[in-house]
Design a protein around this ligand. Structure first.
Ligand code: ZN
Length: 309
C-alpha cells in the first residue's frame, strides 16, 4: 500500500506540470468545456482524471490529459493485454479465446463489395487481426506506434511499420481498420484526414470504439473500464463518432455490435470495485440484451464508412 501511495504522489507531481488542456472540440471547434465527472486510472497509475463535455456538441473528452510526450508512459504495463500478447491469468486466457471470435466479427463487418487491394490495420497491436486476414488470403499491412508491440508482432511472424510510415510512397488501401484505436489518438482529425486520403475510392474505413451510452457504462459509471483514462482521450456516443468521421468526406454506411466487449469490460469494471469479477458476465449479458431489445447501444460497436467513388 505504501509503495502504491508513493507512486501515486510522484506520478501526480510529475503529471500536473505535464498535463495539457484541450484548446477546442475536435468535432465542432467549440472552445468551452464543462467538467462532468472524475475517473481514476484504475488500470495503471491510479491518478484521477476529469471527463469534460463540450458546450457545443456534448462530446466527452479526458481534459486535461497527459502531454503527448508522457502519454506512452501510461501504457507501461504487462497487463495491457491487447499489446503484450500475454496469456497469463484466467482473464487473459479468456480474452485470447474470445479474440478469435472477435476477428471473425470484425472481418464479417466489412462489406462484400470492398474494392480489391491491400487492407491496412492502423494500431495493429500484436498483429493478430492481420494474421487472421492473411489466412483469408488478403494482402495486408499493419501500423503500430509502440515498439514493444511491433517486436511482439514480429516474434509472431507479422512485421508491422511505425505509424509515421503510413502513406509512404503514396500507397492507397482498399480497407483501413482501426479496432479500439481512435479513442487513443490525440490529433484525431489529422489522422483521419491522412487515413481517408490513402483510401481508394469506394474503400472502407472500419472503426470500433466503446460507447458510454451502453447499459454497462451506465451501470458502472466512473468504474466503467472502457473510460480507461488517460489512455482513452475521447469518449464516443454513436452520434459523435459519426459526426467526427463525416467531417472527413466519408459516408456512414452501418454499424455492427461487438457483443463480447461488454463481458470483458464488465469483468474488469467489477474488479476495479474489488467486487466478484464473474458477476461481470451477468452484467455483460444484460448489456447485450438491453442493446438487442431497447434503445441502448452495445458496449462497443463497429462503424463502417465508405469513401465516395
Ligand atoms: Zn463539440
Amino acid at each position: 500500500m505504501s509503495d502504491d501511495s508513493t507512486f501515486h504522489v510522484e506520478q501526480t507531481k510529475n503529471s500536473v506540470a505535464e498535463k495539457v488542456q484541450l484548446s477546442h472540440c475536435p468535432i465542432c471547434n467549440n472552445t468551452k468545456f464543462k467538467s462532468k465527472f472524475s475517473v481514476l486510472d484504475h488500470f495503471y497509475s491510479h491518478e484521477e482524471f476529469h471527463i469534460a463535455e463540450c458546450n457545443g456538441c456534448g462530446f466527452l473528452c479526458t481534459n486535461p490529459r497527459p502531454a503527448n510526450s508522457i502519454l506512452p508512459s501510461y501504457y507501461n504495463s504487462d497487463a495491457y493485454v491487447s499489446h503484450s500478447g500475454s496469456k497469463k491469468g484466467l482473464l487473459n486466457r479468456i480474452y485470447h479465446q474470445v479474440q478469435t471470435f472477435n476477428f471473425r466479427i470484425k472481418y464479417r463487418s466489412i462489406p462484400l463489395d470492398v474494392p480489391h487491394g491491400t487492407w491496412a490495420d492502423y494500431g495493429a497491436g500484436n498483429g493478430g487481426f492481420l494474421r487472421y486476414l492473411k489466412g483469408k488470403g488478403k494482402d495486408v499491412i499493419g501500423f503500430e506506434p509502440e515498439e514493444d508491440a511491433r517486436k511482439n508482432a514480429a516474434n509472431q511472424g507479422m512485421d508491422l511499420s511505425p505509424v509515421s510510415d503510413f502513406g509512404h510512397k503514396n500507397k492507397s488501401y482498399s480497407c483501413i481498420t482501426m479496432w479500439h484505436v481512435l479513442e487513443h489518438i490525440p490529433d484525431v482529425n489529422e489522422v483521419l484526414d491522412k487515413l481517408v486520403s490513402h483510401l481508394t475510392p469506394g474503400g472502407i474505413l472500419a472503426i470500433a470504439v466503446p460507447n458510454y451510452e451502453s447499459f454497462d457504462a451506465k451501470w458502472y459509471r466512473e468504474y466503467w473500464a472502457a473510460f480507461d483514462v488517460p489512455r482513452h482521450i475521447w469518449h464516443f456516443s454513436e452520434k459523435h463518432i459519426i459526426r467526427l468521421c463525416q467531417k472527413h468526406q466519408i459516408e456512414f454506411q452501418y454499424k455492427k455490435p461487438m457483443p463480447f466487449d461488454s463481458f470483458y469490460v464488465s469483468i474488469l469494471s467489477e474488479g476495479y470495485q474489488n467486487k466478484f469479477k464473474p458477476k461481470g458476465i451477468i452484467l455483460g449479458a444484460l448489456s447485450n440484451l438491453y442493446a438487442r431489445f431497447s434503445d441502448y447501444p452495445y458496449s462497443s460497436q463497429i462503424y463502417i464508412f465508405k469513401k465516395p467513388i
